[in-house]
Design a binder for this molecule. Structure first.
Ligand code: UD1
Ligand code: MG
Length: 457
């Protein structure tokens, strides 16, 4: 039978090497991957294990982090005196809890659910170890705690890089920082950890040695690949993690039936949803909150955020769709079109060089090249309401607030400031003046002027 589980995430470190500016700098785990803070990735994975509780250890002055992890509990580690110190601050929240305690480090956001499940299963599994610990073999183990193995695959102790002898530094098996501990013994063992080491800190990594004194053993579970245990100390690490996250998200989409022509050039947000059968061309950026139905075609160099797109619609190339926009089924959005906070009903065509903002557009509207909604008067944003089957000609200014009823026709080049009734033509431009022979006379004058400037030699 599996034990009840509590998860403690250690995240009190400030992450100075991230060099985030400001007085109350952004805590390391609040730096984002595909738009979601690192700690968010870890929490999502942690939740899939159905723990009784998740406790996050934070530092002082980390209000934003405390707020983000809600409704999960947080405890504040006032003095950052090491990983064992951090876990100790969580003990009051574990009073009376007799299940297993899974400890995770906040800066290892990409650890997989399956890996954590194995780790939890190993605790209390074969030969009933009191601790199971996630290890990994690395070609370059520099900086990590090294796992010193004893007989029968049992972990003897962990030695930190700064405390390791030259021989111990050769060991390639490292401590990822994740471990699962028998909760009934945790408090007793933590109280035995001292700080007599190179950093003067209370190391959680002393636990296996302390447990061994009481004949309790630690087993190592190996992580599948190095990318999932990749930590984050610098912006360089953040970029490495970002590309790993992007690859994961793209893989999930492709498996779900989305065609990415050149996957590496598509940037996704953690919440991007694209319907099956859709095609995404190269160099498309998805910001927060994009959701498309099936069989949508997103053409190259488009930038989308906060938009829902109906089935069989086509967007781009070079389209910009901004938040609070709804695009209906079979709509065509072409190049150099920007749409903001608007509802575009089915089968509308906004083919080229247009701006549509704060607009509700009925079905089958044709919004031609160079047409724009003039939605801002310098003080307020105003709405444009366009009915069904409206034809908006090229280079039209629709000065909001404005209502154009079903079937109306707006002549090219018009600046429309008054509402247009159904099926009417609205034209607002100067009549053309024709001056016979004017151009010929003009050219003659031009030639004469040229001759005067450059007389024949
Ligand atoms: C730790 C491990 C090391 C392991 C490595 C994996 C110890 C002593 N060492 O080293 O064996 O290879 O992680 O990345 O545990 N934290 C607190 N409060 C503190 C100190 C740290 O909450 O007082 C948190 C940090 O926010 C971080 C995690 O604990 O999320 C690990 O701390 P960090 O300082 O990064 O430990 P490492 O030196 O990397
Ligand atoms: Mg670290």
């Amino acid at each position: 039978m599996t034990q009840p589980l509590a998860i403690v995430i250690l995240a009190a470190g400030q992450g100075t090497r991230m060099k985030s500016p400001g007085h109350a700098a952004l805590p390391k785990v609040m730096h984002k991957l595909a738009g979601l803070p690192m700690i968010g990735w870890l929490l999502k994975t942690a939740q899939t294990l159905n723990p009784e509780k998740i406790i996050v250890v934070v530092g002082p002055d980390m209000k934003e982090l405390e707020h983000f992890v809600r409704p999960h509990e947080t405890v504040i580690q006032e003095v950052r005196d090491g990983t064992a110190g951090a876990l100790r601050t969580a003990l009051p929240k574990l009073k009376g809890f007799t299940g297993d305690v899974l400890v995770l480090v906040g800066d290892m956001p990409l650890v997989r659910k399956e890996t954590l499940e194995q780790l939890v299963k190993a605790r209390g599994g074969r030969s009933n170890p009191a601790i199971s610990l996630l290890g990994c073999a690395l070609d370059d183990p520099y900086g990590y705690g090294r796992l010193i193995m004893g007989a029968d695959d049992i972990l003897e102790r962990i030695v930190e890089e700064k405390d390791a002898s030259p021989k111990e530094k050769q060991v390639k098996l490292i401590n990822t920082g994740a471990c699962c501990i028998d909760g009934t013994r945790l408090e007793n063992w933590l109280s035995q950890i001292g700080n007599d080491n190179a950093q003067g800190e209370f190391y959680l990594t002393d636990l296996p040695e302390i447990a061994a004194r009481e004949s309790a053993m630690t087993r190592v579970v190996m992580a599948g690949d190095a990318s999932e245990i990749q930590g984050c100390n610098t912006r360089l690490d953040l970029a490495t993690l970002e590309s790993a996250v992007q690859e994961r998200l793209r893989t999930e989409l492709m498996i779900a039936g989305v065609n990415l022509l050149h996957p590496e050039s598509v940037y996704l947000h953690h919440d991007t949803q694209i319907g099956a059968g859709s095609l995404v061309e190269p160099h498309v950026f998805f910001g927060a909150g994009v959701k498309t139905a099936e069989n949508v075609h997103i053409k190259a160099f488009s930038y989308l955020e906060g938009v829902t797109i109906g089935k069989n619609a086509a967007v781009g190339p070079f389209a910009r769709l901004r938040p609070e926009t709804e695009i209906g089924e079979e709509v065509r959005i072409g190049n150099f079109v920007e749409i903001k906070k608007s509802k575009i009903a089915a089968r509308c065509k906004i083919g080229h060089l247009a701006y549509v903002g704060d607009t509700v557009m009925g079905e089958d509207v044709n919004f031609s090249a160079g047409a724009i909604t003039v939605n801002y008067d310098g003080f307020q944003k105003h709405k444009t309401l366009i009915g069904k089957n409206v034809m908006v000609g090229s280079n039209v200014n629709l000065v909001a607030p404005l209502k154009i009823d079903d079937g109306a026709f707006i002549a090219a080049g018009s600046t429309i400031t008054e509402d247009v009734p159904a099926d009417a033509l609205s034209i607002a431009r100067d009549a053309a003046q024709i001056r016979e022979g004017w151009a010929a006379r003009y050219r003659k004058m031009q030639n004469a002027a040229k001759k005067k400037k450059n007389p024949p030699k």
